[in-house]
Write a protein that binds this ligand. Structure first.
Ligand code: AKB
Length: 315
């Protein structure tokens, strides 16, 4: 079957790479990049682009009617740090954007929906190490609250309407093609840019702040593997724990120093993102993803550091 795929929020850190990969697999004309702004990089030349605002129901409906998508990836969202600056907008976009897409997916017979969740669904009382799939969840950011509520809606639409919604709880994603969009884990990307430019970086998270992270290539491959898995192998209809590698700013700096020996890491105190990071897991138990659809990460800290430095130097 030829898939017709919409990627909503295509200009962001994930969308930029996901669109390219989906176009390689499904053909350029079958993957429609959708965003509120025209992209200023190559996806605009490689296939169709549409202006889409997920909060504008008429606009969204017209896109569903035009393309009758078989799959929709909904990536448009406000992340943890930006969400705290505008909590009501974050709730509106992250929640009503999802509900609008789920409703039109039913109306227009879309076969599969992908919606990203995050490690932000966990909170101060969740276990920090090897955080299990099911445990106490008390997120205290509006982003985390909206992602946890969104997970419940995804499972509800699957159970009530049989809609094939699939989701992953992303850790911090590390990539070089597009800049991150306002998250708490963004330091782990900025550090590479500054290391190459100035041989120094001031981290807004403290030395010992360990967080779950993943290289973008792993995240894109895992996302597509989940979407390709047979429906009867998907036991989680809220969102899967998903793990790559865990490290803190000191670990990352030590790895960067292997290539840039004079690199200096300092710290900026009292950044509001520290409190968010302190409420999140340090590492994730993703055994259910491993069991259900054979998830296996390929990038450890050494490999992702080398990839980041090599690619950023070339770009
Ligand atoms: C963020 O930091 O907000 C995101 C995430 C972990 O979901 N990168």
């Amino acid at each position: 079957m030829v898939e017709k795929i919409l990627v909503i929020g295509s200009n962001g850190q994930i969308g930029t790479e996901l669109v390219t990969e989906l176009r390689k697999i499904n053909g350029e004309s079958n993957v429609v990049a959708c965003d509120i702004r025209r992209p200023d990089y190559d996806i605009k030349n490689g296939g169709p682009f549409e202006f889409v605002n997920v909060l504008d129901k008429e606009n969204l409906k017209a896109i569903f009617a035009k393309y009758k998508p078989t799959q929709v990836y909904l990536l448009a969202a406000l992340l943890s740090a930006t969400g705290e600056q505008n909590p009501k907008l974050a709730w509106d976009l992250n929640m009503n954007g999802l509900l609008n897409v789920l409703d039109f997916a039913i109306d227009f017979g879309t076969k599969k929906i992908y919606w990203p969740s995050s490690i932000a669904v966990f909170g101060p009382n969740s276990p920090k190490q090897q955080t299990p799939q099911f445990c106490t969840m008390d997120p205290n950011t509006v982003y985390g609250i909206s992602k946890l509520a969104g997970e419940r809606w995804c499972e509800y639409y699957f159970q009530k309407y049989g809609l094939d919604v699939r989701s992953i709880r992303y850790p911090g994603l590390i990539s070089w093609k597009a800049m991150p969009g306002g998250g708490t884990t963004d330091y782990a990307i900025h550090i590479f840019h500054e290391a190459l430019k100035k041989s120094s970086y001031s981290s807004f998270l403290s030395a010992e702040t360990e967080l779950p992270m993943m290289y973008m290539d792993d995240a894109i491959r895992g996302t597509i593997e989940l979407m390709d898995a047979p429906a009867d192998q998907i036991s989680i209809r809220s969102s899967y724990n998903f793990s790559g590698v865990s490290f803190n700013p000191e670990d990352l700096a030590s790895e960067i120093k292997k290539y840039i020996p004079d690199f200096k890491l300092s710290y900026t105190a009292n950044d509001p993102r520290q409190k968010i990071a302190d409420s999140w897991p340090k590492s994730m138990d993703d055994s259910t993803a491993k069991k259900d659809w054979n998830w296996k990460p390929e990038f450890d800290l050494e490999k992702l550091t080398l990839e980041m430095l090599t690619n950023l130097k070339k770009s």
